[in-house]
Design a protein. Structure first.
Ligand code: PNS
Length: 158
């Protein structure tokens, strides 16, 4: 039984995240999507809503669990879950520069490996912060996030 952890803020989930989650599910018996929140910071969406957005978007029949974590090191979460790898998507060199020190630190701490999947080039420009900003100012983010997330972004305009 192999299990991986796909961690992130997912505030909110994008189609880029979902692509990685679905592809991770093809590589591991079980994927745990870890929605990590900083208890002292208010995000764009409450954690419960972020979990719901992901649960609604993950295709049926995949072995994917979606759970929230806060105030904990990622490596401790991975260990508690029995996850053998942390899986992350890379959109390009900037992501790699941001992710590499974290991957090395996490391996230093417990030996857990990070597996990088190349992000879908069609979604290279997609991030939670960018889609939120574009939507906030009236831009259409259809196709970049699930429709229910787009609708929630539209609903919080103003
Ligand atoms: O979606 P994000 O915001 O890029 O995700 C970053 C996240 C939450 C995966 C990262 O900040 C993280 O791992 N936080 C948990 C605390 C931790 O372990 N920090 C040390 C990382 S080396």
């Amino acid at each position: 039984m192999t299990r991986c952890l796909c961690p992130g803020s997912y505030d909110p989930v994008t189609n880029g995240h979902l692509d990685i989650i679905v592809r991770a599910a093809a590589l591991y018996d079980e994927v745990v999507v870890g929605v990590l929140h900083n208890p002292s910071k208010r995000g764009r969406f409450p954690v419960e809503q972020r979990l719901e957005f992901i649960r609604e978007a993950v295709p049926e029949g995949l072995s994917v669990r979606v759970e929230a974590f806060g105030g904990q090191l990622l490596v401790d979460i991975a260990q508690e879950l029995g996850a053998t790898a942390i899986v992350k998507g890379l959109r390009g060199g900037t992501d790699f520069a941001y992710e590499l020190p974290m991957a090395l630190m996490n391996r230093h701490l417990t030996g857990v490996e990070t597996v990088f999947l190349p992000g879908d080039p069609a979604l290279e420009h997609v991030s939670s912060s960018l889609v939120s900003e574009v939507s906030q100012y009236g831009g259409d983010v259809s196709g970049l996030v699930p429709d229910h997330v787009r609708d929630a972004l539209v609903a919080r305009r103003g």
